[in-house]
Design a protein around this ligand. Structure first.
Ligand code: ADP
Ligand code: XUL
Length: 574
């Protein structure tokens, strides 16, 4: 089908992430024309966040973010972006939010949203709009009790996973809501609506409560993954009267509403600019990933029901190296299990996305860099260069935060293998710290050996056809080289590491097109005859490592998984 995106139109995508709010603007040829960002700690210092969050010292594992920081960042970002972009040309906006985080609207939330004064800032006007000031976010791990209760109520962890796409996870919104209901029942009762970060930001833009989309909604442990509707049994196991507070679900490509008059009057947006449903950050990155696969393979059949870009071997994988590290791919036949997550694919109703998530991503790499590499990525990289692959049998487990996968508490564990020539039989001994260069290699190898081991266990392809890396750390070619060696495939990067706001801009264009046609159209329609014009295709960052090294890493993955098992037996949350 020929594309019908107007040549002179612009599409805006946001990414409300853990550490920043970012924006990417695409033109009608899907070429990036502008980008901008607000870094929370440095540009909104009055909130006193560290890495965009508050770690509560009085409660083990409680991690929240001030809801108003996201509100203030939106005004500020639009002010900054204004000099680069003619807002009158933007015909659709969408966005991405860190997944699982939740916002609790007070009883006057809807009225406040509907009567925003363009002469005043959003922050001043929204100060009384929330029943909970600080939003629980994905880094929180304080709801183990609630997870156990919800799993028990539906017949166990595997049953919950089959129903909702994931077993109960501390950061998931259902357990977080249950905790608020149990510990602060008055606050729960005084909450009119509960939004995800994604639907919250969309609510600001439409001046009304936006619905939750089916993809990000799957990150709550509340949605029936096959029916794509709230599951009565889990709702009941979570909190009373919850369905009313959640509103209805809609597909990610749906229109949330027209832009609110606040933005028309304050920033000069056009009145008919549509807001497409926001979704989670990983699903938005997946939208870019899907288009990348189309671009490379020229496979223009997505959405036909039979040509889902599946995870069958060989397949492509995406790795996002942001605050969290994630690995994800696409499947038509999801098999929810005790590990990993299944979400509806945000740009193809016939497919699903599957994903593994690590909490100890960029911030833990930064911690090792700060302690052993003079706080410098250059020094960190020089250490990676001067240490040999396999690190002389030194293996490290770095959990600066309670980890999601495997579920291990904060702690650092160092091991040395007796020999790297016969890895499968090598003795393992626990040791203290390594020298600084070996520490640097151990964290990088450790993170990606773990990712490979769990990806294989979850049924992801090995070796993958290729990996597309995104997120802040994907700008580091030395890290990408280690990934290519450990996974045994080439690693590609996209033009800009912020794949979530780019994916959101693509989804804005896709949602706009679906709305114009009056029905769902495959995202491949966006490209039509413009395949040669777009600058979005991925570039080779590192070729696959050599076969011999790959087979050694295969043995090392097994060794690491055995050690991990023993750590889980000793310290695991069970
Ligand atoms: P998020 O979207 O989750 O807020 P980003 O994708 O913006 O996060 O990534 C931010 C992270 O990128 C920082 O925490 C930083 O550690 C990491 N990063 C930036 N540059 C480099 C680099 N050269 N090497 C490794 N990591 C980097
Ligand atoms: C996904 C997850 C994180 C957040 C923040 O399940 O918890 O990746 O989306 O990026």
């Amino acid at each position: 089908m020929a594309t019908s995106l107007p040549e002179d139109a612009l599409f805006l995508g946001f990414d409300s992430s853990t550490q920043s709010l970012k924006a990417t603007v695409l033109d009608g040829n899907l070429v990036i024309v502008a980008s901008e960002s607000i870094h929370f700690d440095s540009e909104l210092p009055h909130y006193k966040t560290k890495d965009g969050v508050y770690r509560d010292p009085s409660e083990n594992g409680r991690i929240v973010s001030p809801t108003l920081i996201w509100v203030e960042a939106l005004d500020l970002l639009l002010e900054k972006l204004k000099s680069k972009v003619d807002y009158k040309k933007i015909i659709a906006i969408s966005g991405s939010g860190q997944q699982h985080g939740s916002v609790y609207w007070s009883k006057n939330g809807k009225a406040i949203l509907a009567s925003l004064d363009p002469l005043k800032s959003l922050r001043i006007q929204l100060e009384d709009a929330f029943s909970v000031k600080d939003s629980p976010i994905w880094m929180d791990s304080s709801t183990t009790l609630q997870c156990k209760e919800i799993e028990a109520a539906v017949g166990g962890a595997l049953e919950l996973s089959k129903l909702t796409g994931s077993r109960a996870y501390e950061r998931y919104t259902g357990p977080q809501i249950r905790k608020i209901y149990q510990t602060k029942p008055d606050v729960y009762n005084n909450t009119e609506r509960i939004s995800l970060v994604s639907s919250f930001m969309a609510s600001l833009l439409i001046g009304d409560y936006a619905r939750i989309d089916e993809t990000d909604g799957a990150g709550m442990n509340l949605m029936d993954i096959r029916q794509r509707s709230w599951s009565k049994i889990v709702l009941e196991a979570t909190a009373p009267g919850l369905e009313e507070k959640l509103g209805q679900l809609v597909p990610a490509h749906a229109v949330a509403g027209l832009i609110s008059s606040y933005f028309v009057d304050r920033f000069d947006f056009r009145k008919d600019c549509v807001i497409i449903q926001w979704s989670g950050d990983n699903p938005n990155s997946l939208a870019g990933f899907v288009l990348e696969i189309i671009l490379t393979s020229k496979l223009m059949k997505i959405g036909s029901g039979t040509s889902c870009l599946t995870l069958n071997t060989p397949g492509d994988l995406a790795i996002s190296l942001g605050t969290s590290d994630t690995v994800f791919g696409i499947t038509s036949e999801p098999k929810p299990s005790l590990e990993g997550h299944v979400f509806p694919n945000p740009v193809d109703p016939n497919c699903y996305m599957v994903m593994l998530v690590y909490k100890n991503g960029s911030l833990t790499r930064e911690d090792v860099r700060n302690r052993y590499a003079e706080r410098s990525w250059d020094v960190f990289n020089s250490y990676l260069e001067k240490t040999p692959p396999l690190n002389g049998g030194r293996l490290g487990f770095y959990y600066k935060e309670h980890e999601i996968l495997p579920p291990l508490p904060v702690g650092f564990h160092h091991y040395v293998l007796g020999s790297i020539d016969s890895l499968d039989e090598a003795e393992v001994s626990q040791v203290g710290e390594f020298d600084p260069p070996a520490e640097v290699r151990a964290i990088i190898e450790g993170q990606f050996l773990s990712m490979r081991g769990h990806a294989e266990r979850f049924g992801m392809p090995t070796p993958p056809n290729r990996i597309i890396a995104t997120g802040g750390a994907s700008s580091n070619e030395y890290i990408l080289k280690s990934i290519a060696n450990i996974f045994g495939c080439p690693v590609y990067t996209v033009q800009r590491p912020d794949s979530a706001s780019l994916g959101a801009a693509l989804r804005a264009a896709h949602g706009w097109l679906c709305n114009k046609e009056g029905h769902f159209v495959p995202i491949s329609s966006l490209y039509g005859d413009k395949l040669d014009k777009t600058s979005l295709s991925a570039k080779l960052a590192s070729p696959a490592g050599d076969e011999n090294l790959l087979s050694k890493y295969t043995l090392l993955v097994n060794k690491r998984m055995q050690i991990e098992k023993s750590l889980l037996e000793k310290f695991g949350r069970g």
